[in-house]
Unconditional design. Structure first.
Length: 114
């Protein structure tokens, strides 16, 4: 499975951005998909995860500001990011799990200026 993230960029604090992750196979076949991020000098962390059944988990730091969704007709996962803060600056990675296998896409840079 290949995952291609896109949509990152530079935005001012308080602004919004939507990143996308296009999958080469049906995202419905995945056990779960999610977004992770990694800021310079920090470990990669979970941002949001959506299970096949529809349950969603968010990191406390993004609850109420970010929303993850999937378009099964386009095999694309989205992350809508609102009220962005400088501390949201990171490389955002798309992740998918199917069975015992985990797939990662190349990241997309999100930079929030103060």
């Amino acid at each position: 499975v290949q995952l291609q993230a896109s949509g990152g960029g530079l935005v001012q604090a308080g602004g919004s951005l939507r990143v996308s992750c296009a999958a080469s196979e049906s995202i419905f076949s995945m056990n779960d998909m999610g977004w992770y991020r990694q800021a310079p000098g920090k470990q990669r962390e979970l941002v949001a995860d959506i299970m096949r059944g529809g349950s969603i988990k968010y990191a406390d730091s993004v609850k109420g500001r970010f929303a993850v969704s999937g378009d099964y007709t386009q095999n694309t996962l989205y992350l809508q990011m609102n009220s962005l803060k400088p501390e949201d600056t990171a490389v955002y990675y798309c992740n998918a799990r199917r069975g015992v296998l985990t797939y990662w896409g190349k990241g997309t840079q999100v930079t929030v200026s103060s």
